[in-house]
Each structure stands twice: as C-alpha cells, then as structure tokens.
Design a protein around this ligand. Structure first.
Ligand code: FES
Ligand code: FES
Length: 174
C-alpha cells in the first residue's frame, strides 16, 4: 500500500492503496464518488469514464499511480448548484433509459465539446464512439449533445446565441 495524492473535482485527496488499483475503484470505494460506473472493467464500454486534464479516460483500466493531472468526475461537472449545460441538455432531452451508461456518455460529450464546440454529425459520432448504451439511447444522446453545444455557444457569445452547432438527425452509435 502507498499514499497516493490525487486532485479530484478541485480537491486534494490522499488515498492509501496499492499503486496498481484501478482509478475507478478508488473513486467509488475510497472517495465515495459513484458517478463513474463499473461496466466491463476492460476499457471497452465507457461507463467508467472520467476526465483527466480534460481528456476522457477509462478509469477501470487506469492505474491510480499513473494518473497525472486533475480528475473530474460527473459530480464535479456542476458548479455552485448550477448544472453543466451537458447535464441540463441530458435532462431536457430525457436521454437515459436504465441510466447505467450515462456517466460515460455525459463525460465523453463534455470532453468532445470542450475540444470541438461545433462538431459535425460525423465528428459527433466519432467523438462518442465506443461508449456503449445497451438501451440504444443514441438518438437522444445526439440530440442532447447538439442542445448542449447550442447552450455553450450562447453562453460563450454572452447573449443571443451564435448557432452554428451543426445539423441534426443522424444516428449516433458505437
Ligand atoms: S467499465 Fe471501464 S470501459 Fe467498461
Ligand atoms: S441507458 Fe441503459 S445502458 Fe444506456
């Protein structure tokens, strides 16, 4: 066991774990952050996604000792009681069915829009690729990403909105 320091959702945390312990286990079991989910445990489904320095990262296959930079989990997206535009869009579009995959969908969408605020349908599909939804909520996911992009563009413009977040209607799938 070793003391490992992590910065999670803006707070410095220290955990005493085996260095190879997957980050997902530490977040859920040691830090009580239940946003990231255990799905496959093999880096294949995306349910466990968190952001490390803004990059979507599969925490089930990330050794805790190997994490460099700030970690953001689903719990860290909202600020001062305000939902992040991606979270609000997920509510507005009523995306989840069983909900199990949705942490990964939301965190991946956040990383995508931070990198590319106006993704084309193809870029959106590729950006969300590999985050598996067993309930097939892909159409609603796409609508929510589009809605979030519009909201973020409006915020960036100050008021009135700029539009330009691309077209709608193409399927998003794994
Ligand atoms: S649980 Fe991490 S990718 Fe499936
Ligand atoms: S909402 Fe059920 S797995 Fe995606």
């Amino acid at each position: 066991m070793s003391d490992i320091s992590l910065k999670v959702n803006g707070e410095e945390r220290t955990v005493d774990v085996e260095p190879s312990t997957p980050l997902l286990y530490v977040l859920r079991n040691d830090l009580g952050l239940r946003g990231p989910r255990f799905g496959c445990g093999l880096g294949q489904c995306g349910s466990c996604t968190v952001l490390v320095e803004g990059v979507a990262t599969r925490s089930c296959i990330t050794p805790t000792s190997g994490v460099v930079g700030e970690i953001t989990t689903l719990e860290g997206l909202s600020a001062e009681g305000e939902l992040h535009p991606v979270q609000q869009a997920w509510i507005d579009e009523q995306v989840p069915q069983c909900g199990y995959c949705q942490n990964g969908q939301i965190m991946t969408a956040k990383a995508l829009l931070d990198q590319n605020p106006y993704p084309t349908d193809d870029e959106l599909r590729r950006g969300m690729n590999g985050v598996i939804c067993r309930c097939m909520t892909y159409y609603r996911i796409q609508a929510a990403v589009r809605r979030a992009a519009e909201a973020m563009a409006e915020t960036a413009a100050g008021s009135g909105g700029t539009g330009g977040a691309g077209s709608q209607g193409e399927e998003v799938g794994p």
